[in-house]
Design a protein around this ligand. Sequence first.
Ligand code: SAM
Length: 338
Amino acid sequence: MSTQDAYKRPLRDLRISVTDRCNFRCTYCMPLDEYEWLPKEDILTFEEITRLARLFISLGVEKIRLTGGEPLARRDLEKLIASLSSLDGLKDLCLTTNGSFLAEKAAALKAAGLRRINVSIDSLDPEKFRRITKRGDLAKVLEGLFAAQRQGLHPIKINAVIERGVNDDEILPLVAFAREHGFVLRFIEYMDVGNVNHWQSKKIVPKKEILQTINAQLPMRRVGREQGNAPAVDYAFLDGGGDVGVIASVTEPFCSTCTRARLTADGKFVTCLFAQQGTDLKALLRQGTTDAGLLDILGTVWQQRRDRYSEDRLAALQSATGYDPTVRKKIEMISLGG
Ligand code: SAM
């Protein structure tokens, strides 16, 4: 069964935030030293997550990404991976992590059934990495990255958010590193997620500029979006040395092909990365709602989905009045799951 939203977009992907906690304080995401974390009892249990995942799969979800917060900060995450990877109908299960616990966790994740992974690395300079993440240790993250590679997790993608004046000089070093070691690199335009990162449009390094920088050294050809609906547009190096992707949510929004739903750590079903609220599934689960009742609600929420935030933002950015990111109080990325 495939459920479609109001703009005929099917439900295909589910991003599950397994915790809102994170040991980093990335300046572009959640830089605050003090943050009010969700109480433990409000976090969905692995059984609750698995039950919801099964229901989402029956509505058309084929791919699940575990995220957070920092997903590897959730104890025994491999147990959840083992449950999810055995669900009928799930074609792809992956994880996005800051990599800081990967060295210890890679073997258990692989054994539990995880096949691929995305690691966020915005700089290869230890000091700059520290400045961006406020608490991160690049050596530890690289140790984790190579541990995951040795375990055979494949592909391993590196996510790099490029911010003007912060790490725009890291584009070519990151490309060289990824090519040398066989990682797939994904550049992400700096987005106005949440409210606390003081986003300004002048800090974006647009996709066009990222591509120009790479092309000047290493010519590429456009490959396109994986399966037509991936967030990244891929480009292959003409010398055969792999490919690189760019996620251009700001300058080339892809709302029209967005098939992604999100489940927050406390069980809110959210239909857009820039949403202000979600549907409280935890309350329904804990009130004893049946599978049929839950399916009905999930289907209805998706059918009513009209989100196209990034397209509206681009129109506003290009208008005479401009775009004010503070007008809408969005759910923080750390709670929502990236
Ligand atoms: N802690 C994990 C990590 O660091 O990958 C998972 C959660 S993190 C919120 C998921 C992804 O969102 C990361 O790749 C991060 O770089 C990206 N992200 C966070 N804030 C962003 C922003 N303002 N613009 C673009 N990407 C952002």
